[in-house]
Design a protein around this ligand. Sequence first.
Ligand SMILES: Cc1cc2nc3c(=O)[nH]c(=O)nc-3n(C[C@H](O)[C@H](O)[C@H](O)COP(=O)(O)OP(=O)(O)OC[C@H]3O[C@@H](n4cnc5c(N)ncnc54)[C@H](O)[C@@H]3O)c2cc1C
Length: 278
Amino acid sequence: MRADGRLFSLEFFPPRTPEGMEKLRATRRQLAQLRPSFCSVTFGAGGSTREGTLATVLEIRGEGLEGAPHISCIGSTREGIRQVLQEYRSHGIRHLVALRGDLPSGTVDAGEFRYANELVAFIRAETGDWFHVDVAAYPECHPQARTPQQDLDNFARKVAAGANSAITQYFFNADAYWSFVDACGDRGLDVPVVPGIMPIASFTKLARFSDACGAEIPRWIRRTLEGYGDDAASIRAFGLDVVTALCASLLERGAPGLHFYTLNQAGLTSTIWQRLGL
Ligand SMILES: Cc1cc2nc3c(=O)[nH]c(=O)nc-3n(C[C@H](O)[C@H](O)[C@H](O)COP(=O)(O)OP(=O)(O)OC[C@H]3O[C@@H](n4cnc5c(N)ncnc54)[C@H](O)[C@@H]3O)c2cc1C
């Protein structure tokens, strides 16, 4: 955490090839200069393995930065999660991002945990206060939630189970974030909710991600990006303006920090960071 109490963090995914690992090292060398509060590493998304997550976190820690593995519980047993927690603890890791995750299509066995609040409760029961536990939050509502109100109830369950802070799904509509933060305040949920920030590198990839995770691309942004067609330079320039303005407005109004979904690329995140003067 910085002297002003704000958190600026980066997210990576574990590469699956030696070349990907090498490229990520170069990305991290560039981004380390920004002195992030911590770097988190995804697990499960895109078929990544626990070994890949741990190996990447250990490299990050070896470079002098705090590394936080994501841990997901769907499809897992209590014993399996217990072993993972022990392993992380034995390496001195003290920060986790605790998630339910998603079952790969075709899988039916949900395992011994149904929701992330059960995972958070298990982490606390097994390891007390050893870990700082972040959880996911959805300002635009998780796609499987029946209503935003029920999604907020479910978020409250994760806080009650012992989450210390939250990172949001990315969004481009700051009002959704503030409405969620206000609703948390009304419920007395006193944890920092850090906005997740997705730099815009490509319209097709962004549209695909957004359809899958339920993040809305506002019409004016979608139409402008579509209008640029294959013009990557214009997409990048427009995306940088949009995302920097979003970050600036969030920080100006008091957001507790920013968490960047880097997609293992340094350029856009470091440009936004520098433009914000962080
Ligand atoms: C910051 C961040 C990082 C992520 N990292 C990863 C990653 O590394 N790997 C990965 O595979 N995925 C990752 N995801 C995606 C995440 O796993 C999916 O969004 C997943 O569908 C939900 O996970 P969750 O932890 O939010 O689940 P939960 O909080 O359990 O919520 C899942 C759904 O169930 C509902 N729900 C929750 N509790 C209850 C209950 N008790 N009763 C009824 N309904 C309930 C919620 O409203 C929601 O609709 C990440 C998401 C975010 C925002």
